[in-house]
Design a protein around this ligand. Structure first.
Ligand code: CP3
Length: 343
């Protein structure tokens, strides 16, 4: 069998048609997802139910034939496994118990204990490794330490990550200790996903854009580099996609500096800029604005074709610049796929 297209792109091959998948491809815009979530009870019960989590992971593969499936889980399960309380408020988002000082960091559970909570996630991966079509790549993931820390410190999503910046700037030792604990946990969590059958790993650093200069280097770049080095030493050749969202100039050289095989671009940068500044170092992923999945029309087709064209000179995995939103029209996803595949 010829190698899976996503894995070929991640090795640096320029393909005539870029492989495609979509962030949050299993999600509320799909009626079949909403039905399975209702069956599970709520979002967290769905994450921890291997059969149903595998089912929602497979739904967008059946409907659209994407080239990759991403494990259905959440970046906030690791904080929960480390001892944080976690719940989701419908219509608002996640809530966690907060960490405000060194005592809070020291009260976290030992890294080795995370598997007690996370073992159902590894079961989901095992089911998917069995059930996915042979051409579909299975992507495992975790949050990058800075982004996970922003939720653990604030106890919720924040527009400017102010509580995390405050801890970083006023109690550097506690903040750095928290980043280290998350980094250690992330390594063990992703190692277990790979052993269960994940073929690619993606690190989501959704709030990387709020770190600047030295902070970006210390808390976005270095923890990512440590995770990648450790995973690659345990699993030689495991491909890794880094997503330092809205990093701006921080995208330049990020793959080389961290050892990532691919850098995912958000839509704050143009594909032409991405090709000239990031794709020169290897594979890139991205970067259609997710609003086109809501608004559709000719703009969706034109923008999709422009992105494919801009990245056609090197390795590229087509994706959105961020997750698809619940108000998206499932038919627009088909239109995007047709435009990518030249239909
Ligand atoms: O992409 C996928 O389809 C795989 C599953 C996945 C989810 N979350 C499922 C989810 C992945 C990879 C994530 C990553 C994630 N989770 C990130 C990083 C990527 C990003 O979006 O920036 C972050 C920051 C989180 C934390 C999180 N989870 C928030 C802030 C929220 C609430 C916002 C929202 O969209 O509702 C979630 C909930 C969540 N995670 C949902 C899904 C499908 C919606 C939950 C529901 O069904 O009600």
């Amino acid at each position: 069998m010829t190698e899976k297209t996503i894995l070929r792109a991640l090795k640096g091959e320029t393909l005539p048609t870029p492989p495609i998948w979509m962030m949050r491809q299993a999600g509320r815009y799909l009626p079949e997802y909403r039905a399975t979530r209702a069956q599970a009870g709520d979002f967290l019960k769905l994450c921890y139910n291997p059969e149903l989590a595998a089912e929602v992971t497979l739904q967008p593969i059946r409907r659209y034939g994407f080239d990759a499936a991403i494990l259905f889980a959440d970046i906030l399960l690791l904080p929960q496994a480390l001892g944080a309380d976690l719940w989701f408020v419908t219509g608002e988002g996640p809530r966690l118990s907060t960490i405000t000082d060194m005592a809070g960091v020291q009260a976290l559970r030992p890294t080795a204990d995370i598997h007690e909570t996370l073992s159902p996630i590894y079961e989901t991966v095992k089911i998917l490794a069995q059930e996915l079509p042979p051409q579909t790549t299975l992507i495992g993931f975790a949050g990058a330490p800075w982004t996970v820390a922003t939720y653990m410190i604030a106890g919720r999503g924040t527009p400017d990550q102010a509580p995390a910046h405050k801890l970083k700037d006023t109690d550097r030792a506690a903040f750095a200790a928290l980043i280290d604990r998350i980094t250690d946990g992330t390594i063990e969590y992703l190692d277990a996903q790979i052993r269960a059958g994940a073929e690619v790993i993606k690190l989501f650093d959704s709030w990387a854009g709020s770190l600047k200069a030295q902070d970006f280097h210390d808390f976005a770049l270095l923890p990512t580099k440590r995770i990648i080095a450790e995973l690659k030493s345990r699993h030689p050749g495991i491909p890794i996609i880094a997503f330092p969202r809205e990093a701006g100039d921080g995208y330049i050289g990020f793959a080389k500096a961290t050892g990532a095989d691919c850098v995912a671009l958000d839509n704050s940068v143009t594909p032409e800029w991405g090709a000239a500044n990031v794709q020169v170092d290897g594979c890139v992923q991205g970067n259609l604005a997710s609003r086109h999945m809501v608004t559709g029309g000719q703009a969706l087709v034109d923008e999709t074709r422009q992105i494919v064209k801009a990245f056609s000179g090197g390795p590229h995995i087509f994706n959105l610049g961020h997750g698809i939103t619940p108000d998206a029209d499932p038919d627009n996803v088909s239109r995007m796929i047709d435009a990518v595949r030249g239909r």
